[in-house]
Every structure is written in structure tokens, then in C-alpha cells.
Design a protein around this ligand. Structure first.
Ligand code: 48F
Length: 259
């Protein structure tokens, strides 16, 4: 059999467009493919919700591949280990409550597990804005990341979702748009983004979980974005809080979406 380049091209284009068209309306849209967004997407998909994740970069996994300072091992505290186990990630006890995992194994298996559970992921897409309705957000405004990188003046496209999760990490990009463009205040002490504070691993890990919640009607925050919005400290390469944050946001959204 002779392989035909045109069939290969058509196959890619048809399948991609099917996938994209099928993702234009979803229960939940997640922005950012780091650990918190991926774990939220996994649990939502496993519960049968229609969930789509958009990631600016070519690679999915955010800040987890490189462990700490490119030493590609991560630390996870005991209360979060069940999430790594859910994805089949191997862990090793280092000291009492501190476990470690290979960062590449952990990231790879979480990405694969989330996709297998039904999460649809689009990489190389940047969320540049959100869809606004009176006092609520209802979706995302998307463009190809290379359009953004090249500074091309090309209009974006749109998708609609019942809820949005900002899992964009330290930059908390979706909440920034809402703070700038929406009426009313964020659900924070000042009504604005409080801003990430300096390193304090113990506090940060605890606060990440409290801070993972709805900050504007229809908009949840997860992971480092949750701490940045609420004014929590950073924690460095301990990842339990990120994983638990994704799990918590998924649990709340599953309930909001009717079980
Ligand atoms: O930063 P990131 O890994 O987010 P996270 O889930 O985890 C944080 C940890 O990696 C680490 C830490 C914890 O120990 O402090 O930093 O909170 O992943 C965020 C992803 O969002 C993407 C970005 O490329 C990254 O992969 N992203 C950011 N802004 C956008 C975006 C955007 N506007 N559109 C699409 N993707």
C-alpha cells in the first residue's frame, strides 16, 4: 500500500476540526495545563462532565516537568499522595510525610490519565479574553499562541462554557481580565487581585486549598492562580497543594453541575 500525503493531511484536519467543533460548548473550560488544571480536568471528565482545557504552550504539564530548579523530582506530602496513585505514579517515602516522585513520570501519567478519562486538551492556544454576560462569565476567547507571539492582528474565536477555571499559575491571567473589564468586585478581601506573596511552603500549601474557589460568578481559580488572587505565599516544588486544589475545584463543580 502506498501512503498518500493528502489522506494524511485530510485525516489530521478532519479529526482536529471534529474535536474543536465538539468543544465549542462545554460544562467547564479550564485555562492552563499545569498540575492543578489537569487534575481538575481529570476528575470532571471522570464524572462524565464535558470539560475542555486550553494551554498556551506546545507541552502540557506547566511547571511540573522541571521539579525544582530543573532537578526533575517533585515532593508531595502524604495527604495528596492518593491523587498520584490515582494516575499510577510511583512514589517513594523520603522522610515521614514527605514523598518524592519522578517529575517526568508524574507529569506524563497525569496528562495521559486526564486525556484517557475524557478531558479534551488543546495546546498552542492562548486564552486572551472571556465571554461576558450581565454579571457572569460564560466562556473563553481563543487565539493560536503563535498569533500572540508574532503580534499578528488577527481576531480570535470563541467557546461557551457554564464555568471557567483559571489554572494559569502565578500570572492568574483570566482573573486579570475580569478584574480589568468586568463590573463588580472579585470575591477577595479588597475585591481585587491581592497578589502572590513570597515563599512559605507550609502556609502556602494549606492556603492553596482554601483559596481554590469561585472568585467571580462562573469563574473558579485553582493552583497557584488561587494563591495569587487571594494573596497567599508561594511554595516552590512541593506539589500536593496543586493536586488537591484541582481535586477540590472539580468536586465543587461536579456538585454545581448536578452531580
Ligand atoms: O504554572 P502551572 O504549572 O500552574 P499550576 O497548576 O501549578 C503551579 C506549579 O507548576 C508551580 C508551583 C507549585 O508548586 O508553584 O509553579 O498552578 O501551569 C500554568 C499553565 O497555564 C498556561 C501556562 O503556559 C502553563 O502551562 N497558561 C498561562 N496563561 C495562559 C495559559 C493563557 N492565557 N492561555 C492558555 N494557557
Amino acid at each position: 500500500m502506498a501512503l498518500d500525503e493528502i489522506v494524511i493531511t485530510r485525516a489530521i484536519m478532519d479529526r482536529y476540526h471534529e474535536k474543536f467543533k465538539n468543544s465549542l460548548e462545554a460544562d467547564v473550560a479550564i485555562v492552563g495545563g499545569g498540575p492543578s488544571g489537569l487534575v481538575a480536568g481529570y476528575f470532571l471528565a471522570r464524572a462524565g462532565k464535558k470539560v475542555v482545557l486550553f494551554e498556551r504552550k506546545l507541552s502540557i504539564g506547566g511547571g511540573m516537568w522541571g521539579g525544582g530548579m530543573m532537578y526533575n523530582e517533585i515532593v508531595v506530602q502524604k495527604p495528596a499522595v492518593h491523587i498520584l496513585e490515582e494516575f499510577g505514579v510511583r512514589t517513594a517515602v523520603y522522610e515521614a510525610d514527605y514523598l518524592t516522585a519522578d517529575a517526568v513520570e508524574a507529569t506524563g501519567l497525569i496528562v495521559g490519565g486526564a486525556v484517557r478519562a475524557g478531558l479534551t486538551i488543546f495546546n498552542c492556544m492562548t486564552v486572551e479574553d472571556v465571554v461576558m454576560r450581565p454579571e457572569r462569565m460564560e466562556g473563553l476567547v481563543l487565539n493560536w499562541s503563535p498569533v500572540e507571539m508574532a503580534g499578528l492582528h488577527i481576531d480570535p474565536l470563541t467557546m461557551r462554557s457554564k464555568f471557567v477555571v483559571d489554572a494559569t499559575g502565578h500570572d492568574t491571567e483570566v482573573v486579570q481580565v475580569v478584574e480589568r473589564k468586568f463590573p463588580g468586585k472579585l470575591n477577595t478581601p479588597t475585591g481585587r487581585i491581592e497578589g502572590e506573596k513570597s515563599m512559605w511552603a507550609d502556609q502556602a500549601e494549606k492556603l492553596t486549598l482554601d483559596n481554590s474557589r469561585e472568585v467571580y460568578p462562573g469563574l473558579y481559580v485553582a493552583g497557584m492562580a488561587a494563591n495569587a488572587v487571594a494573596g497567599g505565599p508561594r511554595m516552590g516544588p512541593i506539589f500536593g497543594g496543586m493536586l488537591l486544589s484541582g481535586e477540590k475545584v472539580a468536586r465543587e463543580l461536579i456538585e454545581r453541575l448536578g452531580g
